[in-house]
Design a protein around this ligand. Structure first.
Ligand code: HEM
Length: 435
C-alpha cells in the first residue's frame, strides 16, 4: 500500500509538536534518577512502587508525550485534515500531561494516595481533551488507507488503557472504594503497550519508513491485517479467561506482532537509500527485540507456569516489561525523533523561505540539526542502557548502573533536540530579517 503524498497545508506550527519532543527526554532522565535513588528495590518485583512509578515516567512522560506531539503532525498528513484547534489546545494538553504524569509517577513511588489523585486529574484532563479531538478527527470516515485504520485501533486501545488506568488509580487514591484494581493491571499494561504504542507505531511506520528510507510499501495484508488482529487479540484477552479465548487472543497478538516486525525488516532490507543511519539501526534493534519478546508474552499468557530454566517465575513479567517498554517502545520513538525533528525543522523553514527567495541561502541541511554521528552515538548509548536494564532485571545490584545509563541516554537526547530547536530559532530570526 503506497504511502500518501504529504499534505503540508494543514500542518500545525513547529512549536506545537516541539514542546512535547523537548519535554519527553526530561521524563526519561527522571526515570533514571528514580532507579538510581531507589536502587535494588526497583527490580525486586514487578509490583515494586518505584518500578511502576518509573514505568509511567517512561510510558506517559516519554512515550505518550512524544506520540501526542507526533500525532499533531501525522494526522493532517494521513487524514488530509489536522486535529481541530491544534495550536490552541497543544499548550493545555502539554501542561496537563506533564503535571498529571509527575503526580501519578511520584504518587506511585511514594505510595501517596493524594498525589495519585492529583495525577489522575491531570491525566484525565489531558487524555479527554486530546483523545476527544483525535477521535473526532480519525474515527470518522476519511482518506488514509491501512495506516489510518491501524491508528484508529491505537486510539481505541488508548481509551481502554486510560479507562483501566483511571479505575486502578482511583482504587489507590480512594482505598475506601474497595476497587480490586490489581485484577486490571495485565489488561491495562497490554492495551497500553501492545495496543496504544505498538498499533500507533505500526500505523505510522507505513508512512515514515517508505518516506525516510525510500523502501517499497508494506505488503497490503500486513498494512491492513496486523492492526485488527492485534486489537482483536487484546479484546479477547481482556474480556474472557476461557482457555480457548486466551490461546486465540495471545496467539493473534503475538503472531501479528511477529509478522509486522519481520515485514519491516524485509522492506528495510530493500531500501533504495542504502545508508544504514541511526534510525534504520533503531528500527532493526526494536524489531529484533519484538521478535524475541512476542513468544515470551505468548508464554506468560498461555502457559505461565512453564518452567524456563534461566528466568525465575517472578522475573518473567519484569523482563517482559523491560523488553517491551525500553527495548521496543522507547527505541522506536528515539530512532524516529532523530529523523522527525530535523525533517520538521527543515520543512517549516523551507516553506517560509519559498515565500522569500532571498532567504533560501540561509536554509541549513537536515544533517545540521541532528548529525548522523550524533544520532549514531545516541542509539549506541541507548543499546547500552537496554542491556544494563535487562541485567538489572536478573541481578538487582546492577540497578544503579542501569539508572545512570538511562540518565545519560535521555540527557544526551535532551541536549541534541534542544540544540536543534535553538538552531531552528536562529534561522527563523535570520529569515525574518530578510523578509
Ligand atoms: C491515565 C493514564 C494512566 C493511569 C492513571 C495509569 C495507572 C496505573 C496504575 C495505578 C498502575 C498500577 C497498578 C498496580 O499496582 O497493580 C499501572 C500499571 C501499569 N501501567 Fe499504567 N496508567 C496510565 C497510563 C498508562 C499507559 C499509557 C501505559 C503504557 C503505554 C501504562 C503502562 C502500565 C504498565 C506497563 C503497568 C504495569 C506494571 C506492572 O505490571 O508491573 N499505563 N498504571
Amino acid at each position: 500500500m503506497k504511502p500518501l503524498p504529504l499534505a503540508l497545508d494543514d500542518l500545525p506550527p513547529f512549536r506545537v509538536p516541539l514542546r512535547f519532543f523537548l519535554t519527553a527526554p526530561l521524563f526519561g532522565v527522571l526515570a533514571g534518577i528514580v532507579v538510581i535513588v531507589e536502587g535494588e528495590t526497583v527490580f525486586a518485583s514487578r509490583w515494586s512502587p518505584a518500578l511502576i512509578g518509573a514505568t509511567h515516567l517512561l510510558t506517559l512522560g516519554w512515550l505518550a508525550m512524544v506520540m501526542i506531539g507526533a500525532l499533531f503532525q501525522v494526522v493532517p498528513v494521513l487524514s488530509g485534515r489536522g486535529i481541530p484547534a491544534a495550536a490552541r489546545v497543544a499548550a493545555p494538553v502539554h501542561l496537563a500531561l506533564t503535571l498529571g504524569t509527575l503526580g501519578l509517577a511520584y504518587g506511585l513511588v511514594a505510595s501517596s494516595p493524594n498525589l495519585v489523585a492529583l495525577g489522575l486529574g491531570g491525566l484525565l484532563a489531558a487524555f479527554l481533551l486530546f483523545g476527544g479531538l483525535l477521535a473526532w478527527r480519525v474515527l470518522r470516515p476519511s482518506r488514509g488507507g491501512g495506516a489510518l485504520v491501524t491508528i484508529r485501533f491505537a486510539v481505541l486501545a488508548l481509551f481502554a488503557t486510560v479507562a483501566l488506568g483511571a479505575w486502578m488509580a482511583a482504587g489507590i487514591a480512594w482505598p475506601s472504594l474497595g476497587i480490586p484494581y490489581r485484577a486490571s493491571t495485565d489488561s491495562h499494561a497490554r492495551f497500553g503497550l501492545f495496543g496504544w504504542v505498538l498499533l500507533l507505531v505500526m500505523g505510522v511506520s507505513q508512512q515514515v519508513v517508505p518516506m525516510f528510507h525510500v523502501t517499497p510499501p508494506f505488503p497490503a495484508a500486513i498494512a491492513r491485517g496486523c492492526g485488527v488482529t492485534v486489537f482483536g487479540g487484546l479484546i479477547l484477552l481482556a474480556t474472557s479467561d476461557a482457555r480457548l479465548a486466551v490461546v486465540i487472543g495471545a496467539s493473534a497478538t503475538a503472531s501479528a506482532s511477529l509478522a509486522w516486525a519481520i515485514a519491516l525488516l524485509a522492506v528495510l532490507a530493500k531500501r533504495k537509500r542504502r545508508r544504514t543511519d541511526a534510525t534504520v539501526r533503531a528500527w532493526q534493534l526494536a524489531c529484533w527485540v519484538l521478535i524475541g519478546t512476542a513468544p515470551i508474552a505468548w508464554q506468560i499468557a498461555v502457559v505461565p507456569d512453564l518452567p524456563i530454566s534461566f528466568v525465575a517465575r517472578h522475573q518473567q513479567a519484569l523482563l517482559l516489561g523491560v523488553l517491551v517498554v525500553l527495548g521496543f517502545c522507547v527505541t522506536v520513538v528515539l530512532g524516529m525523533l532523530q529523523k522527525i525533528v530535523p525533517f520538521l525543522a527543515f520543512t517549516h523553514l523551507q516553506r517560509r523561505a519559498l515565500k522569500n527567495p532571498a532567504a533560501i541561502p540561509l536554509l541549513p541541511a537536515m544533517e545540521d540539526f541532528v548529525s548522523t554521528r550524533t544520532a549514531t552515538i545516541q542509539i549506541a548509548i541507548h543499546a547500552t542502557a537496554i542491556a544494563l536494564t535487562i541485567a538489572a532485571a536478573f541481578e538487582p545490584a546492577v540497578a544503579r548502573a542501569a539508572g545512570a545509563a538511562l540518565c545519560v541516554d535521555f540527557a544526551f537526547c535532551a541536549v541534541n533536540l534542544t540544540r536543534a530547536a535553538l538552531r531552528y530559532r536562529r534561522v527563523v530570526a535570520s529569515v525574518a530579517e530578510r523578509e
